[in-house]
Write a new protein. Structure first.
Length: 254
């Protein structure tokens, strides 16, 4: 009986211990929970802090990018205005050039028709019109003296020219061939430069004094033999190179 009672007591104690163990574990878990919650809370706070830091960095970058964008946009607007101004100026220039080309073409046609009998040659240049008169039609050989026939030629040319060049500039250019000035004339014209300049001035003075050209719209230049239009080794070439040219140019193209 004692053995049986002891066995029962041992069994009862084992059962009690088995039942007591979960209660102890629960108590331990309940004690750990506040610590775990606090730890989790701290981790969340750290994550929030990192998030706020990243957020601030992104906002700062966004502000920088926005400033760069605004600056680029401002430059773009300035460039767009410049491009628009350039396009308008180019359009106006093209219109003016077209108008000038048309006026030049008409002038050439009129001068060729009106001056056909004067033996003057009319040429359309890039931005001007040339009225070319060979020197033998105007001057005594080797001098700047205008002959009677020369005055007749100028009297034919001047009225038509004056009518066509209103508001435009006329440059009177003197040109010679490459033949040296004779010793007899070197005191008056040391070189072809002096001869060509003297001839240009004589024509200019006649246009102003006898035909009422506005002096401020005329100029005279001597080029000597240095702008030939033909071969100086031939008679015909030298004859062509000895010339006076009236170059008609719009004021803005000078």
């Amino acid at each position: 009986m004692n053995h049986s009672h002891l066995a029962k007591s041992v069994l009862s104690l084992s059962i009690l211990l088995a039942l007591a163990m979960p209660v102890s574990a629960q108590q331990e878990d309940s004690q750990q929970q506040p610590l775990q919650i606090e730890q989790l809370k701290n981790e969340l706070l750290d994550e929030k802090a990192r998030f706020n830091q990243v957020k601030q960095e992104l906002e700062d970058e966004l502000l920088e990018e926005r400033a760069i964008y605004d600056e680029l946009l401002q430059k773009y607007e300035v460039l767009r205005e410049r491009v628009t101004e350039y396009q308008e100026a180019l359009k106006q220039r093209n219109t003016e050039e077209s108008t000038a080309k048309l006026a030049q073409s008409r002038m050439v046609q009129v001068l060729r028709e009106e001056l056909e009998a004067s033996q003057a040659q009319i040429d359309a240049l890039a931005s001007s019109v040339s009225v070319r008169i060979e020197s033998h039609l105007l001057f005594k050989q080797g001098t700047s003296y205008i002959t009677a026939e020369g005055f007749k030629v100028l009297d034919q040319v001047a009225p038509i020219l004056k009518e066509q060049v209103d508001g435009q500039h006329v440059q009177v250019e003197g040109h010679t061939d490459s033949t040296s000035i004779s010793k007899k004339l070197q005191k008056t014209y040391p070189t072809n430069w002096e001869l060509s300049t003297a001839r240009a001035v004589k024509v200019l003075r006649y246009l102003v004094d006898e035909h009422g050209f506005e002096p401020s719209q005329l100029s005279a230049t001597g080029f000597g033999p240095f702008q030939p239009i033909a071969d100086n080794t031939t008679y015909e070439g030298r004859k062509m190179n000895r010339r006076v040219e009236l170059i008609i140019t719009s004021p803005q193209r000078r």
